[in-house]
Design a protein. Structure first.
Length: 168
């Protein structure tokens, strides 16, 4: 009996360690690139991490406990590098995640299963109440994209916004 209890304990520890990467994407306050001063070159369907030296404009976005973004609709020119200054004016945690509609919906479903996930991707900001985070993003492709708060219940409550990236 003692041997089966040890095997069970070992199996539980292994399962816990294997699941750890799913629970946290990383430190939400960590630098959003591999090394200080470097820029991620990973191209997403909605663009890539922007070069801070090439910022064309700054867009301030507010997140509130009314489950809304202000502004909720943006127009950006293809190729523009934008600094998003995202402020959480609410009393609960919110996030600002850029993506396509299907990607955001899929990630929102994943967040229901793993609500403690934190993000460190260059297109995501996990913002504590009363705090502000910054994302620098280059919209290298034209089209309709979105942003949303993917915390459980927030996305479903309508905490989403739309970005229209116009062709040059």
């Amino acid at each position: 009996m003692h041997k089966s209890k040890s095997l069970f304990t070992a199996a539980c520890i292994t399962a816990t360690l294997a699941a750890a990467p799913v629970w946290a994407h990383g430190d939400p306050h960590a630098q959003k690139s591999a090394k200080p001063g470097t820029i991620s070159i990973e191209e997403k369907s909605f663009g890539k991490a922007g070069d801070p030296k090439k910022i064309v404009r700054t867009i301030k976005v507010d997140m509130s406990d009314k489950m809304r973004f202000t502004p909720a609709a943006l127009t950006i020119k293809q190729g523009e590098t934008v600094r998003f200054v995202v402020t959480n004016s609410g009393k609960t945690l919110h996030e600002f995640v850029l993506g396509t509609w299907p990607e955001l919906k899929e990630h929102a479903e994943l967040m229901k299963k793993f609500p403690a996930m934190e993000h460190d991707e260059p297109y995501m900001a996990h913002v504590s109440p009363g705090k502000t985070e910054t994302i620098i993003w280059q919209f290298s492709k034209g089209g309709e994209f979105h942003f949303g708060c993917l915390l459980p219940g927030h996305f479903e409550a309508g905490m989403v916004g739309k970005i229209n990236v116009t062709q040059r």
